[in-house]
Design a protein around this ligand. Structure first.
Ligand code: ATP
Ligand code: SF4
Ligand code: MG
Length: 339
């Protein structure tokens, strides 16, 4: 049975004067309604570019998008622009990191949410206003009947993020893409917003793609995790299994560098050495090899010459890793956890 959202061999390539930037290079994943997929990876790994493709945001640009993105059986890449517009905001909605830049400073918060509603509904002013107030109340804005007429700058950061969520959910979308939705917020507000998203997800049975740098957030929110490196999935599977039995060195590095996941206070945070590769000229073989501390355990020059496929590791069919190591579990337990 095909999943509610199925992304198959998605590629987003940007031709530039210096060559082709392969921002997304053969990404496949699936997501059911009511479930959350966390996408993690360092800056520039292709998280936003990939998820923007689902909303058709590369249309009309020089980007070359290929592969398939099927939502409830419909291939979104084959839709006409009119069909895509009808779907955007209604079936699929996006919550961005910084609501201040995503909201227009000269229109009231209420007007902007109302606009998002009226694009997809033939509703009168009164009915729309009622619906907007309902949504503001649902996302926890106090005195929504008054605050509806405030401008974005009159809202706190947390309230703006709530308003943004109200705007994204007002049309009851089946899929919500949340791109770093809480990065700009302090920890307490972050937790409230994540709680809110979970509550609304349960209520509306929404599928959520949650893009984040923070594996702690993933641990709280996501059913499955997809770890991206240089435009590709390098590990993909159930969150619990990935957090406790990660199967490849890049994920080991991510986990060791996240404060919220390092339970033992004496355990030191270890940043991943080096920087992500250029997507114009990624290294041959495994693109992580220049930074990988475990490549000496792979025989010959495989890591330097052959791109590993995304295949099951030691944890069964549902947990995939892109790495040549043959016994990752033993290496992780012996050399990473114990060190
Ligand atoms: N229009 C474009 N033309 C050329 N390259 C682009 C374009 N848009 C994005 N890229 C490149 O694609 C790569 C992936 O970008 P993307 O925004 O998806 O990263 P990200 O994983 O979301 O990073 P961050 O965590 O910083 O948000 C980057 O190297 C970026 O420079
Ligand atoms: S394939 Fe080789 S270089 Fe890449 S992560 Fe695995 S061990 Fe490291
Ligand atoms: Mg991004």
């Amino acid at each position: 049975m095909e999943k509610f959202l199925t992304v198959d061999d998605l590629k987003v390539h940007f031709p530039t004067q210096d060559g082709v930037v392969k921002a997304t290079d053969g990404l496949s994943f699936g997501l059911e309604r009511g479930q959350t997929l966390g996408i993690v990876g360092e800056s520039g790994s292709g998280k936003s570019v990939s998820s923007s493709a689902i909303l058709g945001l590369h249309r009309g640009t020089s980007a070359r998008v290929t592969g398939e993105i099927r939502l409830d059986g419909t291939d979104l890449l084959t839709l006409t622009e009119d069909e895509m517009r009808a779907m955007r905001g209604k079936d699929v909605a996006m919550i961005f990191q910084d609501p201040l830049s995503a909201m227009h400073p000269y229109y009231s918060v209420g007007n902007q949410i109302a606009e998002a509603y009226r694009v997809h509904h033939d509703a009168g002013k009164k009915e729309t206003r009622k619906r907007v107030i309902e949504m503001l109340e649902l996302v926890g804005i106090p005195q929504p009947d008054r605050r509806i007429d405030d401008y974005p700058h009159q809202f706190s950061g947390g309230m703006r993020q709530r308003a943004m969520i109200a705007m994204a959910l007002i049309n009851d979308p089946k899929l919500v893409i949340a791109d770093e939705p809480t990065t700009a917020l302090d920890v307490t507000v972050q937790a409230q917003i994540l709680d809110l998203l979970q509550k609304l997800q349960r209520e509306f049975n929404t599928a959520i793609i949650l893009i984040t740098h923070d594996l702690g957030v993933v641990a709280e929110m996501a059913d499955d995790v997809l770890v991206m490196y240089a435009g590709r999935a390098v590990e993909y599977g159930p969150t619990k299994d990935i957090l406790t039995h990660p199967q490849m060195p890049y994920t080991w590095g991510l986990l060791s560098s996240v404060p919220s996941l390092v339970a033992d206070v004496d355990q030191k945070l270890v940043p991943i050495p080096g920087a992500p590769p250029s997507l114009l000229n990624p290294p041959p073989g495994c693109p992580f090899h220049p930074r990988c501390a475990h490549k000496d355990k792979v025989p010959g020059d495989l890591c330097f010459t052959v791109l590993p496929e995304l295949l099951p590791g030691d944890r069964g069919e549902g947990h995939l890793k892109r790495c040549h190591l043959t016994e990752p579990e033993a290496i992780y337990q012996e050399e990473v956890v114990k060190s």
